[in-house]
Design a binder for this molecule. Sequence first.
Ligand code: GNR
Ligand code: NI
Length: 184
Amino acid sequence: MINIVSIDKKRYTSMAILPILKFPDPRLHTIAQPVTQFDEHLQRIVADMFETMYAARGVGLAATQVDIHQRIVVIDTSEERNAPTVLINPEIIAQSAEKKDWEEGCLSVPEVYEVVARPERVRVRAQDTSGTFFEMDCDELLAVCVQHEIDHLNGKVFVQYLSNLKLNRLKNKIKKQQRESVSS
Ligand code: GNR
Ligand code: NI
């Protein structure tokens, strides 16, 4: 007898932890394309992105970071890690004039934490996995995270907000670490 249930399980329910691109990988500077197909393939990408984000203990992940250049973001800023949020084709439609400093980190720039000033509050418009539009008001870490992730979709990594001096120091430090890890 052919077991259709197990075939379905294989095709639709197994998730995967995807490799995360690391700065200064040039693919991190790709501008992601809008999502136009709200299908099973999209749901698979979203499920894999959640698994990857939770495994890496991140509060957000942009598809760019896993070398998928479509406008897809997953976020969970909850303490309990039980508030998964998907943003497809996200856009900031309003932002506060007030800015706030926040110490940011990034799964694509491991062990680097630097302060970035961004609008304190933003209103974001996005689609869910079925293509339905919604809007969300964000403050605190969620506001920081949404802006950080939309930057990724536009090919921007948070360290690009640093002064040239700091960014060059960081690039040299990463090069040195890479030389050391090759020679050891
Ligand atoms: O896990 C993450 N933490 C974080 C902390 C402060 C500001 C932004 C972030 S996002 C980051 C995950 C990540 O790299 N998303 O792109
Ligand atoms: Ni990041």
